[in-house]
Design a binder for this molecule. Structure first.
Ligand SMILES: CC/C=C\C/C=C\C/C=C\CCC/C=C/C(=O)SCCNC(=O)CCNC(=O)[C@H](O)C(C)(C)COP(=O)(O)OP(=O)(O)OC[C@H]1O[C@@H](n2cnc3c(N)ncnc32)[C@H](O)[C@@H]1OP(=O)(O)O
Length: 298
């Protein structure tokens, strides 16, 4: 199974994209590692505090952190680098923008493109999920804004979700509102958090939950004032890191492996399914209407 099966000590070292900083105990000693990959646009900022072993990954892709192919590629590479770094035990995932965690999959990646593009895009979505859901690290989502669909999926991949207590912020799998369908592994991830009944209703209606509603159904674990999201994430991380890594990791693997294996076994079929679904004229039309509506709402 993805990262959970990989012992960090045996993993090969890899270069990473993204803006990457390592904190060695004092602000004066922050070191910057510039990307050596030409495609990097630095949509992801990573700061690793080596004294605590906690990395903060900030999504910073204006205007709304939509998950484009470039974003997803950079995200997965950044995550992989942290995964193989034995000095990193915990990851806090958050947004550099107030009000938006992530707008989910970039809809323009699913409109008017070639079948080859859709296949590459969907593979990148799968890779993001496999790596984040299967991470050995303690993962905490500091949800500091709205988080529809793919953004909600990212938060749901984490071990714990802290959300800003603002009823204007919403989270959920709203795919049906776009005329599309959340795939089985989005659905399974949600079932593992809130159960079958809530997931079924939620997915059929494409329901977006305000922060208090999301907390009520257990989609997020904790609500805190907006200015306390990061500090609370750090405090919760300390609690989780007090558990011996091997015991916690094996437990996490035991809980998540069946869900991960389901996708791994049919990854190619899932890509083909996505491509044949998204290339339908009726689906392309729905997505275009949704996108136009988004652009006109101002
Ligand atoms: C039988 C079949 C079985 C199985 C099916 C097989 C396969 C599965 C098939 C498909 C699965 C696909 C799964 C899809 C998952 C997704 O994530 S879809 C994306 C869903 N996301 C949304 O609906 C979010 C839409 N956006 C918003 O609600 C809002 O923008 C916001 C709340 C995030 C932010 O609001 P504001 O701050 O007010 O910002 P604006 O709305 O003005 O947006 C600014 C700018 O950004 C553009 N934009 C917003 N979201 C997206 C996006 N997701 N992708 C691309 N672009 C986006 C928006 O249009 C604005 O653009 P400009 O007008 O400035 O050009």
């Amino acid at each position: 199974m993805a990262a959970l099966a990989v012992l960090r000590s045996s993993a090969p070292a890899r270069l990473l994209s993204g803006s990457f900083s390592v904190h060695r105990g004092g602000l004066a000693s922050w070191q910057h590692y510039q990307s050596r990959r030409p495609f990097s646009n630095n949509k992801i900022l990573v700061e690793l505090n080596e004294s605590t072993g906690v990395a903060v990954m900030k999504m910073k892709s204006p205007p709304v952190n939509s998950l484009s192919l470039d974003f997803l590629t950079e995200f997965s590479i950044s995550l992989e680098k942290l995964e193989i770094d034995r000095g990193c035990r915990g990851l806090i995932l958050t947004s550099a923008f107030p009000k938006i965690f992530s707008a989910g999959l970039d809809i323009t990646e699913m409109c008017g493109k070639s079948a080859e593009h859709y296949a590459a895009f969907w593979k990148a979505v799968q890779e993001m999920w496999l790596k984040l859901y299967g991470s050995n690290m303690v993962t905490i989502a500091a949800v500091n804004g709205s988080s529809p669909a793919g953004g909600c999926l990212m938060a749901m991949c984490c071990d714990y979700r802290i959300m800003a207590d603002n009823p204007k912020f919403a989270i959920g799998l709203n795919e049906t509102q776009l005329g599309i369908v959340a795939p089985f592994w989005f659905k399974d991830t949600m079932i593992n958090i809130v159960g079958n009944r809530v997931t079924e209703q939620s997915l059929q209606l494409g329901q977006m939950y305000s922060a208090p509603e999301a907390h009520k159904i257990g989609l997020v674990d904790l609500l805190v004032p907006e200015d306390k999201v990061q500090s609370t994430a750090a405090a919760v991380m300390t609690q989780w890191l007090s558990i011996p890594d091997h015991a916690r990791q094996l437990t996490k693997s035991m809980m998540r492996k069946p869900t991960i294996d389901r996708l791994v076994k049919q990854q190619e079929a899932d890509i083909n399914n996505f491509v044949s679904f998204i290339t339908r004229d009726s689906i392309q039309k729905s997505l275009q209407v949704y996108l136009d509506r988004l652009k006109q709402k101002k």
